[in-house]
Design a protein around this ligand. Structure first.
Ligand SMILES: NC(=O)c1ccc[n+]([C@@H]2O[C@H](COP(=O)([O-])OP(=O)(O)OC[C@H]3O[C@@H](n4cnc5c(N)ncnc54)[C@H](OP(=O)(O)O)[C@@H]3O)[C@@H](O)[C@H]2O)c1
Length: 263
């Protein structure tokens, strides 16, 4: 197991799912943690499972919240070896049905808070001495849908594609300063994501055929194992990486296959 003793790590969206599993995984590897989400009780429960964890409640839909959380985590932990921008939610809505308010709300949390977190972290990381070769690491939890959108998730897929674009640009821009940027691309993961999506959308996000599924703990282990020296992209379900590339290369075939998954 790759140890991360003393690493200072901020995780957004740490009250459940992938973020909570990652917090527990990093704690076992010796990291010092700051955990952000809206539900304080849930964050406190995750923090209790970890050896050292600060609880930083915030609603990342608020315009200055992400910057505030990054600054507070840095001030309290003394440095930030990694910031994991993971908070997000899904919306089950066709492109034609998605309202302007729904677009703005999901863009604020999934994309703009990610961009703001990155923007706040970079100057703080620039001022740090490198640890294990990197001044800092920015990890953006996107989705396998970043490379090929699926029907009934237009706005959600768009935010995940935009996160990938953000990561790709920033990775090259920041490499010379020894700040790593890594995007993570889970397939369907067993978390509260689908129940929350159903609550927000008023309908389930479900498929007619089985889709590849993994646990939050698997995603967390994949991120933790690569955190010291992050690769450009992490695909916890490896075959989906090549399927997404094939779908991008053959869009007509991909359209036909995806139509068969709709309910
Ligand atoms: N589950 C999947 O199938 C799947 C697949 C690919 C990618 N992903 C991505 O993985 C990430 C984590 O999702 P998950 O599957 O772990 O789902 P989850 O269990 O629902 O976790 C989502 C996390 O985001 C936080 N969050 C949501 N809105 C927020 C806001 N306005 N302010 C602050 N925190 C907020 C939630 O905390 P509070 O509610 O307490 O605020 C929660 O901690 C998301 O970016 C998602 O898009 C998930």
């Amino acid at each position: 197991m790759a140890r991360l003793d003393g690493y200072a790590v901020l995780i957004t969206g740490a009250s459940s799912g992938i973020g909570a599993a990652l917090a527990r995984e990093l704690a076992t590897r010796g990291a010092r943690l700051a955990l952000c989400a809206r539900r304080v009780e849930r964050l406190a429960a995750v923090a209790r499972d970890c050896r050292q964890a600060l609880v930083l409640p915030a609603d990342l839909a608020e315009p200055s919240a992400a910057e505030g959380v990054v600054r507070q985590a840095h001030a309290e932990l003394g440095r930030l070896d990694a910031v994991v921008l993971n908070a997000g939610y899904g919306l089950a809505r066709t492109a034609a049905e998605t309202s302007d308010a729904e677009w703005q709300a999901i863009l604020r949390v999934n994309l703009l808070a990610t961009a703001a977190g990155l923007r706040a972290a970079v100057p703080l990381m620039r001022a740090q001495q490198p640890r294990d070769g990197w001044r800092g690491r920015l990890v953006i939890v996107s989705s396998s849908l970043a490379r090929r959108a699926v029907p009934d998730t237009a706005a959600y897929s768009a935010t995940k594609a935009a996160q990938l674009a953000l990561a790709e640009a920033a990775r090259v821009e920041l490499a010379a300063e020894r700040i790593a940027v890594c995007s993570v691309h889970p397939v369907r993961t067993e978390t509260e994501f689908f129940a929350t999506c159903e609550r927000i959308s008023g309908r389930p996000l479900s498929f007619r055929r089985p889709v590849p599924t993994q646990s939050a703990e698997r995603v967390a282990r994949c991120i933790a194992a690569r955190l010291r020296d992050p690769p450009p992209e992490i695909w916890p379900h490896a075959p989906s990486r090549w399927l997404a590339l094939a779908a991008a290369a053959c869009p007509r075939l991909a359209d036909r296959v995806l139509a068969g998954y709709r309910r």
